[in-house]
Each structure stands twice: as C-alpha cells, then as structure tokens.
Write a new protein. Structure first.
Length: 345
C-alpha cells in the first residue's frame, strides 16, 4: 500500500528555543507546508523525561507554539498541538515499549549523553524516550520527519519498531484489512535545509543546545538586538583571517560555524560568504553577521513574544490542533488494539 504523505515533527518545550532549533528544524517545517499536510507537536511528555519546573514548563509549551506560528506555520491549514492533549501517543508508546528490544535502546547515544555518568539515577522515561518518539510519528502513520542531524538515530529506531511491528503482527494486519501486511510506514528523516547542525558560539566542536549552562553559547529566538550583538561579538574565533575558500575552514570549527550560520540566514552558501568576506578580519565579518541576524531573527522573536503573551489565543490553537490530531490518532489506535489482540468496542 502506498501511504499517504504526511509530515510530523516535534520540538521539546525545555527552555530557550535557539538558532539551532530554528535553522535545523523550524525553517524546514515552514517550507514543507506548501508540499505536504503537516503536524507539528510541542512534545511536553518528552520534556518531563528530565525534571521541569511545572510553571516553567507551562510557559515553554506556549512559547514553542508561539515560535512555530511566528516563524510562519499556519495552524489552521496544518496542525499545531501539544503531545499531552492526545493520550494516544502514550498508549501507542506502551505497545512500542513491548516491541522495541533493550539492545536497541542501549545503543541510543542521546540517552548516554543525557544520562551522563549517573545512569542509575536517570528516569525510566529518559530511557524509553525513543519509543515515545516512534509513537508520535507512527500514531499518524507519518511518512516524512524533518529533524536536525542529532535525531537521525531515533528515526532509525522508529523504522526498526515499525518493521518489527509489521512483521510480528503480519497475519493480524492482513486480517484487519491491510492486504499487503504493512500497517506502519518506514518514516523517512528529512535532514536538509540551511544548517542541520549549528554549533555552540563558545566551542565550535559542541552543538548549540538548550541545556548548555552558558547563555553565550547560543542565540535564543527571544533575544533582543543588543543581546544578539553581544553574543556574536563574544563568539569564539581563532587568530587567522577568514579563508577565501571553503576548504580553508577545515580544522577551524568556530570559523566554519559562523560562516555556516551566515550562509543559512542569508540563504546563500559558505563559498559565497567567503567570496565576500574571505581574507578579511573576523571583526568585519562579525559586524555583518550581527546586522543579518538581527534583521532575520528580530521580527520572529518580537512576534513570538507578542503571541506568547496572548495565552487565550495560544491555548485555543493548541486545543483546536489537539482535537484534530486526536481524531487521526484514535483511528490508528483502534486498529492497533485489534491487531495486537486487545478486547474492546
Ligand atoms: P529539541 O530542542 O531537542 O526538541 O530539538 C528540536 C529540533 O531542533 C530537532 O529537530 C533537533 O534536531 C533540532 N536541533 C536542536 N539543536 C540543533 C542544532 N544545534 N543544530 C541543528 N538542529 C538542531
Ligand atoms: N526527540 C526530538 C528532539 O529532541 C523531539 C521529538 C519528539 C520529535 N518526538 C518527535 C522529533 C517526533 C520528530 C518527530 O529534538
């Protein structure tokens, strides 16, 4: 069976949305709207795999929804909602917990990074996180998943889960009316766009992250012009002038990152950026990058702040999106329960 093309992606409401989230994910979400039906989810249940202060969590959920809309996602034509309002995600995740193998989970590098040395003290939810992510995608039987580079392994696991479910329940899937025995699609990652891996402004070998203790490591979507300027001015560089060709960026992670950010924001390429700024000093280039970043991010940040303060509007969008998402998800769960052998209406 050919699956209907459908885009699904999620962003965690765990604090400051930054330039990496924007260029690595949200910009692509916006682009895909013209070609596909899209579902964009604020994954609040993923967020609580590590401790979240409840009042902060509530604020972050609304902030991510506001960022989606401020960046240009149309919540009427597509679906914008928060995960916890659609209980079918958790329901399917449980089934997947029983499909996925411990050996598969043990290979997940994000768990190892997030759990750190004190693995015994990590939540069970953090360990099962990829199974919930697979459920997010497959409860809509989505075919395309725009993500940054760091989520590639989780997408591979999603496909492994889909495949094992399809194999384990082949006969029941056919009986349920899916003649070719395929119930879940092999969801494809969409890792394209201007910058699939934006690095920290303090260390070009580490990815830009919400959890970095230094706020100077990232540009937040909510930062004002002065803050953006300060952060770019203080961004780590090396003593050499910028190279004139792209291969000159090798072994210079900070220069590579800043040039990549410029190219992504300008809609050009690193080669084009270097043809203009190569041979020059970082200070000149940084000045241009500040102007560009303020110009591109300023309006998104301002609109995001305006929308975040309109709680009634945002909560209305999330409730409406959740109801529409739930109608789709409950249809999948009805089949899943039948396939697995649960008894019910
Ligand atoms: P998260 O904040 O972890 O929920 O990530 C939301 C989306 O942003 C995911 O698709 C990530 O892959 C993407 N993302 C997060 N950090 C970066 C980064 N530094 N560079 C590019 N994409 C990123
Ligand atoms: N794990 C993703 C991240 O940290 C967020 C996420 C949760 C997601 N569920 C998803 C992304 C489903 C794509 C599809 O970035």
């Amino acid at each position: 069976m050919a699956f209907k093309e459908l885009v699904f992606s999620g962003v965690q409401p765990t604090g400051n949305l930054h330039l990496g989230n924007y260029l690595g994910a949200i910009v692509n979400f916006v682009k895909l709207q013209s070609r596909y039906e899209c579902i964009y989810c604020v994954v609040d249940m993923h967020a609580i795999t590590v401790w979240q202060e409840p009042a902060e969590l509530r604020k972050s959920i609304r902030e991510v929804a506001a960022a989606f809309i401020a960046a240009g996602i149309d919540p009427k034509a597509h679906i914008v909602f928060n995960q916890s309002q659609v209980p079918e995600h958790a329901e399917l995740a449980w089934v997947f917990n029983c499909v996925a193998r411990l050996g598969w989970m043990n290979r997940m590098t994000q768990f190892k990074e997030k759990a750190g040395k004190d693995r015994e003290n990590a939540s069970l939810g953090l360990y099962a996180y990829p199974s919930l992510m697979a459920a997010d995608i497959l409860v809509y039987r989505a075919t395309h998943v725009p993500i940054g580079e760091d989520q590639k392994q989780h997408l591979e696991l999603t496909r492994d889960i889909a495949q094992k479910f399809n194999n384990d329940f082949k006969a029941q899937i056919e009986t349920a009316g899916f003649a070719d025995g395929l119930f879940f699609p092999m969801a494809e990652p969409v890792i394209t766009g201007p910058a699939t891996r934006v690095m920290s402004l303090r260390d070009g070998t580490k990815k830009m992250s919400k959890s970095d203790p230094s706020d100077y490591s990232r540009i937040n979507l909510a930062d004002d012009a002065d803050t953006i300027a300060q952060k770019i001015k203080k961004a780590k560089t090396d003593p050499e002038p910028l190279p004139s060709e792209e291969k000159g960026l090798e072994g210079r992670p900070e220069a590579d990152n800043l040039v990549g950010i410029y190219a992504a924001l300008a809609g050009s390429t690193p080669a084009q950026v270097l043809s203009e700024y190569g041979g020059g000093q970082f200070s000149t280039f940084k000045g241009a990058l500040i102007d560009l970043a303020v110009d591109k991010l300023g309006p998104v940040g301002a609109e995001m702040k305006r929308l975040t303060s309109d709680v009634t509007y945002i909560d209305g969008i999330l409730a409406d999106g959740s109801a529409r998402a739930r109608a789709l998800a409950s249809e999948t769960m009805r089949h899943v329960k039948q396939i697995v052998g649960f008894v019910g209406p």
